[in-house]
Each structure stands twice: as C-alpha cells, then as structure tokens.
Design a protein around this ligand. Structure first.
Ligand code: SF4
Ligand code: FES
Length: 244
C-alpha cells in the first residue's frame, strides 16, 4: 500500500469466461486497487494477477507497444493495454473485455496469432521474384521515398485492433481487414516484388478484400501505430478497378 494517502482507489471490472470449461459462465468481476503514478493497465492487471487473482488470463509480452499482444476493449474502445494509463479515466472505473472477432481463449486472452498467420498465407505475404539471390553482389538500390513508404507500412504490429474496430469484419468473417490490405499494399509498393496488379487482384480484388471496405474509418481511428490505413485501402482499390 503506498504511503501517500492522496493516491486514489480505482475499480477494474474484467470479463471472465473460460470457453474450455463447461461449468464456466460469462460474468464480470470487479477488483479494487490503489492507483500508483504512471500506472498502466499492464501494471494494474499484473497487480491483480499477483495479489488478488492468479486465475485471471490476459496477454502481454513487450510492455512497450511493440508486440501487439495486449489489445483489449477498454471502456468500449479497442486499445493496447500496455500503452493505456489508468489516470486517463477520471472516475477511476475501467471495464475490460477481450477483443471481438478473434477466437476467445479465456478472460481477456484471444488468439490473434493464428488469424494473422492465415491472413499472411492468404495474401501471400512474401516477396515474389524470379531473380536469383546472389549474396556476393551489392543489393539493388531502392528509391529512398519508396523504401520509406514500405517501412511505414511494415510498422504494423498485428495487434488486431483495426479488425476489432471494423463493422465489415463483424458481418463478413473472411474479410481481410485493414491489416491484410495494408500488408498487400506493402508488397505492391515494394520494387523487389515482381507481382503485377492482376496478381494482386486475384488475392484481394473481391468483397473480402478491397471492395468489402465501407470506409467507416474505425481502423484508422484506433490503430495504435497511426498507419495510413484508409489511404492505402483507397490506393489499392484504385489500382484494382483498373485491372482488366
Ligand atoms: S494496422 Fe494498426 S491496428 Fe491493424 S493490426 Fe496493424 S498496428 Fe494493429
Ligand atoms: S505488451 Fe506488447 S504491445 Fe502491449
């Protein structure tokens, strides 16, 4: 317990459910704890887990907004828990739910990894080239502006927040979402990849790809990396409508 009596008490209400356990019923559980300076939801959840409830499940790896594993719905909005401070919530009441759309594992834990892996395979997320790699030769130079654009899209951390914010994804199970379309744009822009627009059309030129997006902006509004998702979806769509 901190010595400073000015520290306030906060209430964290967590969705609890274990789909593997036939006796488990969905319910909310509220934990009260003392907020410390700079407390994030990561720190709060670790405190709950270590001092109050060792059965609570949630995911974290990096604690620095890099691994994308700690996404959850915080007071109605999908966010990274490790980058969310508890003092953002004036009344000190915070409700946490697992991300929708993904397979629920337990409590706040969902399986984004398998979804991301399947998406990568669907959009053939690797460089396609006929050129032989010759390690004894210097790499071909890439226009710095193009390289910057590709690196910008590579900043995606596969957190799944864009999908959890997307109404199309809720209606259309196989929709690739902003993360899948962002990934495709990354390879379309990369001069090392020799695929044509027609090749990319085969992968994303339908309603589960670029033509499914209704431009509701949820992805871009919530992406923790501020990626230009709608701009890239619009770019892809313009390219795809020209494919004969
Ligand atoms: S595009 Fe943004 S919101 Fe979507 S998975 Fe990547 S980092 Fe997360
Ligand atoms: S724990 Fe890695 S992004 Fe939050």
């Amino acid at each position: 317990m901190p010595e400073n009596e000015n520290y306030r008490e906060i209430e964290i209400t967590v969705f609890r459910y274990n789909p593997q356990d036939k006796d488990s019923k969905p319910e909310y559980q509220t934990y009260t704890l003392t907020e410390t300076p700079g407390m994030t939801l990561y720190i709060a959840l670790i405190q709950i887990w270590s001092k109050m409830d060792h059965d609570l499940s949630f995911d974290f790896v990096c604690r620095a907004g890099i691994c994308g594993s700690c996404s959850m719905v915080v007071n109605g909005k999908p966010r990274l828990a490790c980058k969310t401070r508890t003092n953002e919530f004036e009344d000190g009441k915070i409700t946490l739910l697992p991300l929708p759309v993904f397979k629920h594992i337990k409590d706040l834990s969902v399986d984004t990894g398998n979804w991301m892996n399947d998406m990568s395979v669907k959009v053939e997320s690797w460089i396609h080239t006929q050129e032989e790699t010759d390690l004894s030769r210097i790499e071909k130079p890439v226009d710095p502006e193009v390289a910057d654009e590709v690196f910008e899209l590579d900043r995606c951390i596969e957190c799944g927040i864009c999908l959890a914010s997307c109404s199309t994804k809720v209606m259309r199970e196989d929709f690739l979402g902003a993360v899948g379309l962002n990934r495709t744009a990354r390879f379309l822009l990369d001069p090392h990849d020799q695929r044509t627009d027609a090749d990319f059309y085969e992968l994303v030129g339908d309603e589960n790809g670029v033509f499914g997006c209704m431009s509701l902006m949820g992805c871009e509004d919530h992406c923790p990396k501020n990626l230009p998702l709608q701009t890239k979806i619009a770019y892809m769509r313009r390219k795809m409508v020209k494919v004969k």
